[in-house]
Design a protein around this ligand. Structure first.
Ligand code: CA
Ligand code: CA
Ligand code: CA
Length: 143
């Protein structure tokens, strides 16, 4: 009886673990060659329900991914990470709201800390802020 209970919980636990990891394993990766040079430079990663989960791009065709966009289950972008100096580290983060760009945070001097923020309203640039001496300062705002 006791053994059966333990086996049951062990089974439930393993089932839970497998369910937890399963969607990651099940994701379907489709490579694509945007510039037609014979080398894949784009990957579409789909969820098991068929929706797009991630779009990974090698924008400068050097073989390394430098842009990753995450999508919600309606195929709308949620977050994007980009490596804008192509050194292998993401330095810009873009946040989307209802599929439209809302905010961009960049590490311009590449010291690991974000120092530029750009705000958007309905996808239109509205405000620039830079981090100076530990404080965010508005450098441009739409009048
Ligand atoms: Ca290519
Ligand atoms: Ca690249
Ligand atoms: Ca970088």
């Amino acid at each position: 009886m006791k053994v059966a209970v333990i086996v049951f919980f062990l089974g439930a636990f393993l089932g839970g673990v497998c369910t937890y990891y399963y969607p990651e394993i099940d994701t379907n990766v489709t490579p694509f060659d945007r510039n037609g040079d014979g080398a894949a430079d784009t990957q579409y990663i789909y969820r098991s329900d068929g929706s797009l989960k991630l779009l990974k791009m090698d924008r400068n065709y050097d073989g390394d991914i430098d842009d990753e966009t995450e999508f919600d289950t309606s195929n709308l972008p949620v977050k994007e990470f980009s490596d804008d100096n192509f050194d292998g580290e993401f330095d810009t983060r873009t946040i989307y709201e209802f599929g439209i760009i809302k905010e961009t945070l960049s590490d311009l001097d590449k010291d690991g800390e974000e120092d530029l923020r750009v705000f958007y309203n309905y996808g239109v640039m509205k405000k620039f802020e830079v981090l100076a001496e530990g404080e965010w300062k508005v450098v441009w705002i739409e009048k």
